[in-house]
Write a protein that binds this ligand. Structure first.
Ligand code: NAP
Length: 217
């Protein structure tokens, strides 16, 4: 499975403000661009905390795609979206997550949870300790070829620790947030272990910089 990550980062490398309600730190353009990246994937994954903050269908929106094109954005190509469905994958230890709502009702969404919890859910659950290589095997068995990991930090850390990230899309947002919300966090990698990437593109649009990095082979 090809693994892409998409994150909006502050100038100082943070995902979110330390306090306060959940907020998307990217611009409306950045949120529209999420639709392009989702259209390029067949599964979109988030962690339990991100799902609790935004328990919504993780699918491309036709209007966002059209608005992005109208804005003159530089990277708008994507496969057709009509008639497609997307695995929407949520990783949670507790399964203490919303159990009703649009996420479960949208015909484009195939909800799938990975969790060691035995809590009942209104959707399919792959039970057991969550381990990234096994999760990728289970998704491959369901026909997933491209997985888009949208965060948050807990999940990004697990994917970088497993060293399976093929491409990173990073939107650099014009603010400094400080605090403990570093994109990957954890104990960090030694210099020799650093996950190294090569730049595919970096384009300024509005006050943001949109970067795409590919894993060094
Ligand atoms: N800037 C961006 O692009 C962006 C994108 C997404 C999110 N965010 C921000 O990131 C923050 C959330 O990040 P986060 O790091 O707190 O949360 P997260 O990565 O969304 O979720 C962490 C949760 O994932 C589950 N989890 C993680 N590892 C697991 C494992 N090995 N096995 C089973 N479950 C596992 C647990 O869920 P349970 O608690 O359900 O057990 C854990 O609490 C929010 O502030 C959000 O706004 C920013």
């Amino acid at each position: 499975v090809k693994v892409l990550t998409n994150t909006a980062l502050s100038l100082d490398g943070h995902l979110a403000p330390a306090d306060g309600p959940p907020v998307a730190i990217g611009s409306q353009t950045d949120r529209r661009y999420m639709s392009v990246l989702r259209a390029r994937a067949d599964a979109v994954l988030v962690g339990g905390s991100t799902f609790r903050a935004w328990p919504v269908p993780l699918v491309p929106r036709a209007r966002a795609l059209a608005n992005l094109r109208a804005e003159g954005f530089f990277d708008v190509e994507h496969p057709p979206i009509e008639g497609r469905t997307w695995w929407n994958v949520v990783v949670s230890r507790t399964l203490d997550v919303p159990k009703s709502g649009r996420f479960y009702e949208d015909p484009r969404v195939k909800p799938l949870f990975f969790s060691p919890s035995s809590a009942p859910m209104p959707a399919e659950v792959e039970r057991g300790e969550v381990d990234v290589p096994r999760l990728l095997e289970r998704l491959a068995a369901r026909g997933v070829e491209t997985l888009l990991v949208e965060g948050g930090g807990g999940l990004l850390r697990a994917f970088f620790e497993a060293d399976v990230v093929d491409e990173m899309y990073v939107t650099v947002c014009p603010m400094v947030l400080g605090g403990p919300t570093a994109m990957v966090g954890g104990r960090g990698f030694r210099f020799e272990e650093a996950r190294r990437m090569t730049l595919v593109h970096a384009n300024a649009f509005g006050d943001e910089i949109y970067c795409r990095w590919r894993r060094c082979s």
